[in-house]
Design a protein around this ligand. Structure first.
Ligand code: TXA
Ligand code: MG
Length: 336
């Protein structure tokens, strides 16, 4: 699509009742509206409108083989889209609304545009737990696709200004409700084969899911960069432009430091900029700060961002997953 076709006047407005109602009207007319969820800001479009979904892919610059999550306001709407087995039903009952996405077999009369599911016979469904997201979906009266509201390959936005920086001029409206509380994207679990499989660690820790299931989650097949049939598992994602050096216990000259916890790495005085994910070593706080700190350090003019180790328990699994993806050299065509 030629660039001029996606140039728009993008307004950022406080997400009050009137603004949400306007957002719902824009969505119903096939437009693009960014809105807060409890995880990160999403870029919404009418999931049942193929042309709107096509515009959304163009605005993000996203490879169309990477399918989207469909957001709903209630369980009945979810059941019109995907088939719930016992495990999916138990997870939805316990964790919705909340930062959990379920990949389910599509229903036979699923109204979602083929483009949104990239031609797969499965569909990713999520019921967000943010008052603005829920009110917007209800007011729009239809399911909304909502990938993270960033240009493809950038880190996800946790404040409205991140959305404006990435998508200003390409979308219709940004609903601003301040920082998103969780800070990393939803946990994605596939319930398509009897054994639930963790596709993406995220805002709900693995242990919480396994406790509800009463058994361990399965692991997906290993990632292959050239395998669009394994969406969500592409190795390079969420990448800042500056290279990351993980598990750093020192700071080299010209490096910025992404710290975690109260301790100071050796030669910390070298750092051209320092941000701490959580001085108290609180993983929930660290998740909420992760993407904003990566964006800020990316602008610090450092040659490399040195990242201190973050423990892998709880939300630390999702934080380490995003850091590993951000540190993986980019592939030209494989981002979300
Ligand atoms: O927290 C979130 O989930 C945020 C907020 C805005 O809701 N959304 C989000 O969407 O992270 P996105 O598009 O950035 O990531 C969706 C992921 C992709 O990795 C995609 O490949 C995967 O979900 N996905 C979507 N449909 C799938 C399917 N049928 N099977 C496997 N993976 C799927
Ligand atoms: Mg994304």
């Amino acid at each position: 699509m030629p660039e001029q076709e996606i140039i728009r006047d993008t307004r950022t407005v406080r997400a009050d009742r009137a603004a949400i109602a306007e957002g719902a009207r824009i969505l119903a007319a096939g437009g693009l509206v960014a809105f807060p969820t409890e995880t990160v800001y999403g870029l919404g479009a009418d999931a049942t409108n193929g042309a709107a979904v096509a515009r959304l892919y163009a605005a993000k610059g996203r490879p169309t083989f990477n399918p989207l999550i469909v957001h709903v306001a209630d369980r009945a709407a979810a059941q019109r889209l995907g088939k719930f087995d016992a495990a999916a039903g138990a997870l939805a009952a316990a964790l919705w609304p909340g930062p959990l996405t379920l990949v389910l077999p599509k229903t036979d009369d699923c109204p979602v545009a083929e483009l949104a599911t990239a031609g797969l016979d499965t569909i990713a469904v999520r019921m967000p737990n943010h008052p603005v997201a829920r009110t917007l979906i209800e007011a729009a009266g239809r399911p909304l696709v909502a990938p993270s509201a960033n240009r493809s390959g950038h880190v996800s936005p946790t404040i409205a200004a991140h959305v404006a920086a990435d998508l200003g001029g390409r979308i219709d409206l940004i609903l601003d409700a301040g920082p998103t509380p969780v800070g990393v994207e939803s946990t994605i679990v596939a319930c398509t084969s009897g054994q639930p499989v963790l596709l993406r660690p995220g805002g709900i820790a693995r242990a919480a899911i396994e406790q509800i299931l009463g058994r361990p989650l399965g692991e997906p097949a290993p990632a292959r960069a050239d395998a669009p049939q394994a969406p969500g598992m592409l190795a390079s994602h969420y990448a800042p432009a500056t290279r990351l050096r993980l598990d750093a216990d020192n700071v080299e000259p010209h490096e910025a430091l992404l710290a975690f916890g109260p301790s100071v790495p050796s030669r910390a005085a070298n750092a051209v900029a320092v941000l701490n994910l959580s001085r108290a070593a609180d993983l929930v706080e660290a998740a909420a700060n992760l993407f904003a700190h990566l964006r800020a350090l990316d602008r610090a003019g450092a040659r490399v961002i040195a990242v201190m180790p973050v423990p892998r328990e709880g939300l630390g699994e999702a934080i380490n997953d995003r850091l590993a993806r951000a540190a993986t050299p980019r592939q030209s065509n494989a981002r979300a």
